[in-house]
Design a protein around this ligand. Structure first.
Ligand SMILES: C[S@@+](CC[C@H](N)C(=O)[O-])C[C@H]1O[C@@H](n2cnc3c(N)ncnc32)[C@H](O)[C@@H]1O
Length: 181
């Protein structure tokens, strides 16, 4: 775990503006449809790392169903409140929102079938610390799905490889990878 690194969440106003822009994004690109090719299945344990206001947390929760479990992890307290509010509104009991402490997600070790990194890998100051935490929480046969924004996919692939992941599939801005260890 990597608690020693403090991460300052973005100002509240930025978070609110980002949330508004995601509402428009989600109208143009349905989050459920975005996640369809990822390979999530009913009953899986999934972590939406850097979940923001929770568009993909809730969509993934619908796909895995009540027999599964999803953790929405973020360093921003507003993200946690937003995910909790959305899950409550839909009566979802298999959604848990966790406020990350540095690069410590609070997710139990070796339990996740899939970790989603949607539009986050470009913004972390220490990708190796993030990816070490992702390796800690993944099951040995689990996988990470990265949706790349704002950087070239090749740059994201290099980050993953430096973080001890093997690329299993790459399709445009979508990357699937599994832990080498
Ligand atoms: C651009 S937003 C994407 C939100 C969401 N994944 C989506 O696509 O709708 C990135 C999110 O990652 C969070 N974040 C940044 N660094 C993080 C870290 N080290 N651990 C957890 N969350 C982080 C931010 O607070 C923000 O909510």
């Amino acid at each position: 775990m990597h608690k020693e690194q403090t991460i300052r969440p973005m100002p509240r106003l930025f978070f609110d503006m980002m949330s508004l822009s995601f509402r428009i994004r989600d109208l143009l690109k349905n989050p459920h449809k975005v996640l369809t090719p990822v390979g999530l299945r009913p009953g899986m344990t999934v972590v939406d790392y850097g979940c923001g206001p929770g568009s993909y947390t809730i969509a993934a929760a619908q796909i895995i169903g009540a027999s599964g479990k999803i953790y929405g992890v973020d360093v921003h307290p507003q993200a946690i409140k937003s995910v909790q509010r959305k899950a409550r509104a839909q009566g979802m009991k298999h959604v848990e929102a966790l406020l990350a402490d540095g690069y410590d997600s609070g997710v139990p070790a070796n339990g996740a079938d899939c970790v989603l990194l949607m539009d986050i890998i470009h913004m972390v100051s220490d990708p190796n610390a993030l990816l070490a935490e992702v390796r800690r929480i993944l099951k040995p046969d689990g996988f990470v799905y990265v949706q790349v924004h704002h950087i070239a996919p090749e740059q994201a692939k290099t980050m993953l490889q430096k973080g001890q992941f093997s690329i299993s599939k790459h399709d445009g801005m979508d990357i699937w990878a599994s832990s080498k260890t």
